[in-house]
Design a protein around this ligand. Sequence first.
Ligand code: AOF
Ligand code: ZN
Length: 354
Amino acid sequence: MRQYMQHAIQLAKCADGQTGVNPLVGAVVVKDDRVVGFGAHLKAGEPHAEVHAIRMAGASAFGSTVYVTLEPCSHHGKTPPCADLLIESGVRRVVIAMEDPNPLVAGRGIARLKAAGIEVEVGLLENEARALNPAFLRSLETKRPYVILKTATSLDGKVALDSGDSKWVTGTEARLDVHALRANVDAVLTGIGTVIADDPALTARLERPTEQPLRVVLDRELNVPHASQLVRTANELPVLVYTTSDDVSRREALESRGVELADYTTLERVLEELYARGIGRLLVEAGPTLVTSLLDGGYIDEWVMYQSPRVFGGKAGFYRSNHDGPLEAIEQFDVRSVETIGNDIKLVMRKGEP
Ligand code: AOF
Ligand code: ZN
C-alpha cells in the first residue's frame, strides 16, 4: 500500500536537519489493515526508525507488515541491527522503499530478512525516498559533509558596492529564510575575511526555538577579533577555528574564551574532519576567497542564491577565478527551484543526483 509508505516518508521528514551524518528514515507497522506502530530516526546515535515503530506496536508486531523508507540495517553501529529486531518480533512482511547504499549494509539487511523467511518487497516510492536524503547519499560517496553554499547578491552577482556598503543586499524575508537554512544544518562555515568585515553571529534566529549549528571559521593567522560576536558567544555556542598559527599567546587567549582550535591543512581535510565529527550538512556563508576555493574545488553540492533585483556594478563579485573556457567545460548546476521571497529571487541549484 503506497499510502503507508507515504506516511513513512512524512514521518522521516519530521526529523529533517536533525540527523547529522545519518539518513532520514520513517517506518510504519501495519497489522490487519490497522496502523499499530510508527517511528522515525530522530538523531544520530539514537534508535533507528524501526525500533521506535516496533516498540510502539508491541505484541501486534507479530504477523505484521512493516513499511520502511530505507533498507533495515544489518550492522552493529551505534545501535543493534534493525533486521534482527524485525525477525525477532515475528514480522511477516517488510516493504522497503530503497536499498541502503551504506557499504556496511548494501543489501545485507534484505538478505537477512529473506533468509529468516520474511517476505520482502523493495522499490515502493523509491524516488520519493531517495529525495529525502540527498545529503546522506552524497556524503556516503565523498566522506565530506553535504556542502550548501549561500550567496546574496545583486542581479549582476555583486556582494557589495565598491564602497564596501553591503548592508543589506537582500530584504528581511530573504534574511529570515537564511536563518531557517542555518537551523537545518549541522555547521556553518565562514572565512576570517567575513568575520572581520561583517562580524556575523552565524546563529539561527527564528521565532521558534531551534538547535544551533556549530560555527566554523577558517583563520590561518588567528586574526579573529576577541570582540567579535563569534568569540563573545563562544562559551555558550561552540566555535571551531581552523588555523595554522602556532602563536601561543593568541591560541591561549582564544581557548580561554571558549574557542576550539584545530589544524588547518587543506580545505579537503577540513571537510573530511568535519564529516568525521558528525557534520552531515554544512552551510557556507563566506566571502569571495573561500567561495572561489570551494567552487573551484568542486565541493559545493547545493547552492542557494538570493538575488536582489538591482544592479550594483563595481568589482565586488563573489567569484574570483576566471575560467579559461571553453564554456562547455564549465560545470553546470541543475536548477531545482526558483521562487520569489519578499522582493528577492531565491534560486536553489544542485550538483547532479547523488
Ligand atoms: C535503519 N533505520 O532509521 C536508520 C538507518 O550509527 P548507527 O548505528 O545509527 O548506524 C547508522 C547507519 O545505519 C546509517 O549510515 C545508515 O546506513 C543506517 N541508518 N538504518 O535501518 C534507520 N537511520
Ligand atoms: Zn537500523
